[in-house]
Design a binder for this molecule. Sequence first.
Ligand SMILES: [Cu+2]
Length: 196
Amino acid sequence: MTNHPIHMHGHEFVVAGTDGGWVPPTARWPEVTTDIGVGQMRAIEFDATEPGDWAIHCHKSHHTMNAMGHDVPTMIGVDHRDVVKKITDLIPDYMVMGERGMADMGEMEMPIPDNTLPMMTGAGPFGPVEMGGMFTVVKVRDDQKPGDYTDPGWYKHPPRTVAWEWTGEVPQPVRAAAPTPDPRTLRVRRPDGHRH
Ligand SMILES: [Cu+2]
């Protein structure tokens, strides 16, 4: 029973409908997040012009987590990676909240009841998807036929559109020369009364 600021990556949308009905087109405004109060609904519309896999999720970080399989207190700020390895040798199910956010947890599996979703969404093309819960992915493809809701798989990024770590020599920044003053001068005659 709380509000959910739902945010979408990759596109702007308009809030096109509420519980009260459709919003007249002239009254819709562009958004990338729409806050949805308790018991409310929103209809959004957007032109799917950007191919890719785009996150859509609640902006409250604790809403992008499903159930955790334990009741250990959080240890935010503690670098416990080595300790955890040693403990899991003794207690395989042991895990703590990662000090670097939820990425630590996305790689771990833990026992949960059969009717419970795993805390994280699973593995993506770049490693574990670090969110679950109120999180999903909007998949936009050029070649997906209208009405075809089958999963096209992960987006295949065109060459040279994905950032990578540069391991070579780091070039020196090129400093732009200071702009030289414009030598031209303007002759300005100030207005002086109404003598035309
Ligand atoms: Cu939420």
